[in-house]
Design a protein around this ligand. Structure first.
Ligand code: AMP
Length: 474
């Protein structure tokens, strides 16, 4: 790797870029820029590990602009996963080029294709686009990929998440003149590494060792609750929102987004669902409404939430815990922005507990388990009623463990089992294992009979003893 430059002025950049940078007030390159720009300027392929906020746009933008000339023929393509990112990248490149006179154009879906085609035909040097529309344009003959010499894949991992990889690979294959490829990604799933291996030429890897993800400083809580009562907790959280609060609720599937939107609506809590199948203009409307503060509650999948960059969000709810630990950090990063206070709540069922542990350990987070919040003052009824939920205390074989205050001093396993079967008139098979110490016993009872058997035990005495049954929580 080349020696680190301390200042942009050390690099002898094209004067038009240098002027643009200095009038913007930038002096020192960021870490990813220090790692990538010198090697990319030498024409090497680069795989860079970088997140939004790291300065990655200029890390690939500066070498791409330097290598381009104002010919009106597309020489460079930058692919982005979302329209929002494409617009942002094109804007940054546009000011970075200063007086270079390059035509930098965006190509993305959800807008009039003919209009975009006309703009392309009027001449363009650098294209910033989303994969689907780039393919469309190329197939319709509006965009010639055969002369592209510089190619950049931005946020490769998100492209993969969003199912764009087949499109990206197709585009790779249409560029016989490709001389340089730059790939930036926050994380490196195997598919991204494989693509780098297959399509890139001995790339220089610019990785930041500490894979650091900035964990926002917001309050994080977890509520231990079974699936069937997650809606009850959510109702309480919503009940506690003030007029200025906005909430983003995460679920893991599109289907769940729809279900939850629907369920909340039925309980009189208006929420808007957002997922990848919704049309682009619909998603934009939702975003605008969120930004204006009109929409208070959005339910989204991780992928859909990526376009959501709204400062007013004060609550992030993990209705489903994410499948990977990093998504958790991305999710909670949606709140507490711009120094505002925010809180993240995770609704954790028995099955989710290991995942929450992993998240907390991976990022060294303090996520205390707390009770569901109380109803706000003056509110007497829960928006959603709490249901009896045995699923959380039932083992995989359908057994609930109950502790009884009688031990081997006063009973045997056999006498206790006989007593329960006799008093409650249940088949013996409804009882599982019994463990007994001196002073207490744990009896397994099938979930179907558990409620009833516990009631019976509470009402009767075993040899003059009240057994005070209590359910063993996991
Ligand atoms: P990015 O990660 O490319 O989205 O950049 C994050 C933000 O940092 C953008 O607003 C950039 O304009 C800004 N930025 C990038 N590089 C620098 C730099 N070397 N000095 C100051 N600001 C920068």
């Amino acid at each position: 790797m080349s020696p680190a430059a301390k200042a942009f002025s050390d690099w002898n950049l094209d004067s038009r870029i240098a002027d643009a940078i200095s009038s913007k007030g930038w002096e020192n390159p960021t870490e990813i820029q220090v790692g990538s720009i010198p090697v990319a300027r030498q024409g090497r392929d680069v795989v860079g590990q970088a997140r939004t906020g790291s300065g990655k746009t200029a890390a690939f933008g500066i070498p791409i602009i330097e290598a381009a000339s104002a010919s009106g023929e597309p020489q460079a393509i930058i692919l982005c996963p979302t329209r929002e990112l494409a617009v942002q990248v094109a804007e940054e490149l546009t000011w970075l080029q200063g007086e270079s006179g390059l035509s930098i154009q965006t190509v993305y879906g959800g807008t009039d294709i003919e209009k975009q085609a006309k703009e392309l035909q009027s001449g363009s040097d650098i294209i910033v686009g989303t994969p689907g529309r780039v393919i469309d344009m190329s197939k319709r003959g509006h965009l010639n990929l055969t002369e592209i010499s510089h190619f950049c894949l931005d946020e490769a991992d998100r492209m993969l998440d969003m199912g764009f990889f087949p499109d990206v690979l197709w585009i790779f294959e249409q560029m016989p003149a490709r001389e340089q490829t730059l790939l930036f990604s926050a994380t490196f799933p195997q598919e991204v590494l494989d693509a780098a291996e297959e399509f890139m030429n001995e790339p220089v890897y610019v990785m930041s060792d500490d894979l650091e993800v900035e964990v926002p400083e917001i309050d994080q809580f977890a509520v231990r609750i079974g699936r069937s009562n997650k809606l009850w907790v959510l109702g309480r959280l919503i009940a506690n929102m003030s007029d200025d609060d906005q909430m983003l609720i995460f679920t893991n599937t599109k289907r769940m987004v729809e279900l939850l939107e629907d369920r909340l609506g039925k309980f009189g809590m208006s929420a808007t669902g957002m997922h990848g199948d919704k049309a682009q203009n619909r998603r934009e409307k939702i975003l605008d409404s969120l930004k204006e503060g009109k929409t208070k509650i959005v339910v989204a999948t991780d992928v859909a939430a990526r376009g959501i960059d709204v400062d007013g969000i004060t609550y992030v709810i993990n209705y489903d815990l994410p499948d990977d630990t990093e998504s958790y950090v991305h999710r909670i990063g949606r709140t507490g922005r711009m120094g505002r206070s925010g809180q993240a709540w995770s609704l954790v069922s028995k099955e989710d507990m290991a995942a929450l542990d992993k998240i907390a350990n991976t990022w060294n987070l303090d996520i205390p388990y707390v009770e569901a919040p109380e109803l706000p003052e003056g509110m007497t009824r829960d928006p959603v009623r709490k249901r009896e939920d045995w699923s959380e205390v039932t083992d995989p074989f359908g057994m609930v463990s109950v502790t009884l205050e009688v031990g081997s001093g006063k009973a045997t396993k056999r006498s206790l089992a006989d007593w329960i079967v006799g008093e409650a008139r249940i088949p013996e098979i409804a009882l599982g294992e019994i463990q007994m110490s001196d002073a207490s016993s744990t009896v397994q009872i099938h979930v179907e009979k558990a409620s009833y058997v516990i009631d019976v035990i509470k009402k009767r005495e075993f040899d003059g003893l009240a057994l005070n049954p209590s359910i063993v929580e996991f």
